[in-house]
Design a protein around this ligand. Structure first.
Ligand code: 13P
Length: 249
């Protein structure tokens, strides 16, 4: 049984005071009986305060990226140990914004996944095609390559989450249809079955991300291979994020 996961990726939003305001409101909405696991991935500067304010709730904490080295002279980077010491259980890896703007490649994704798994952090590995790639009917090929190269030489994927985020749906207001998302996410599960066996593939949670909103989440989450969502814009407001959490049943 895959427990749905609803993860908020705050991207580069929220100062400390905005974070506190969100958390004070959001924890009041949670009843504790929600079926989905709830995860917040704030910017690094807000990890500490989200960790403090989530105490006595079931909210999990994650980061938006990590470096693959243990420690060292890597200005601007943060290690797995630092994230774990800040209360993180999850880390987003290979987000399309990292791939597009910050030179993330399948090779660096692979190094980050390996280090995270070694340290016990759960990677949320993002894959997805651009609009020209979908229009050229290359979306399956693109996603397959991202998975095969991202998971190269990784023998066990038990503690891994995959997020299918079509780039054309991110921040555009144009979500994939439930059918498009289901079709791709079923395909991703088939690739995982080829690599790791059917039973392992059945255990892995595959999230959808891209313009998820309270209005479309329930229909998207009702598809059999969609195990929750990675939410950008709509995770910045406690009420809309909570509505999406409730949609995952
Ligand atoms: P939006 O929900 O704002 O489209 O962002 C999706 C995303 O990139 C989550 O990682």
């Amino acid at each position: 049984m895959r427990i749905p996961l609803v993860a908020g990726n705050w991207k580069m939003y929220k100062t400390l005071s905005e974070t506190k305001e969100f958390m004070n409101h959001f924890v009041k909405l949670l009843k504790g009986s929600e079926k989905a696991e709830v995860l917040i991935c704030p910017p690094y500067t807000s990890l500490y305060v989200v960790n403090e304010l989530r105490q006595n709730t079931k909210i999990k904490l994650g980061a938006q990226d990590v470096h693959w080295e243990e420690e060292g002279a890597y200005t601007g980077k943060v290690s797995c140990n630092m994230l774990i010491a800040s209360g993180c259980e999850y880390v987003i890896i290979g987000h399309s914004e990292q791939r597009t703007y910050f030179h993330e490649t399948d090779e660096t994704v692979n190094k980050k996944i390996k280090k995270s798994l070694e340290k016990g952090l759960i990677p949320i590995v993002c894959v997805g095609e651009t609009l020209p790639q979908r229009e050229a009917n290359q979306h399956h090929e693109v996603v397959k390559k991202q998975i095969i190269e991202g998971f190269k030489d990784i023998l066990d994927i038990k503690n891994t989450v995959i997020a299918y985020e079509p780039v054309w749906a991110i921040g555009t207001g144009r979500n994939a249809t439930p059918q498009q998302a289901q079709e791709m996410q079923h395909y991703i599960r088939q690739i995982l079955a080829e690599l790791y066996g059917k039973s392992k593939a059945e255990e892995i949670r595959i999230l959808y991300g891209g313009s998820l909103k309270p209005e479309n989440a329930k229909e998207i989450f009702s598809e059999p291979d969609i195990d929750g969502g990675l939410v950008g814009g709509a995770s910045l407001k406690p009420d809309s994020f909570y509505q999406i959490v409730l949609a995952a049943q």
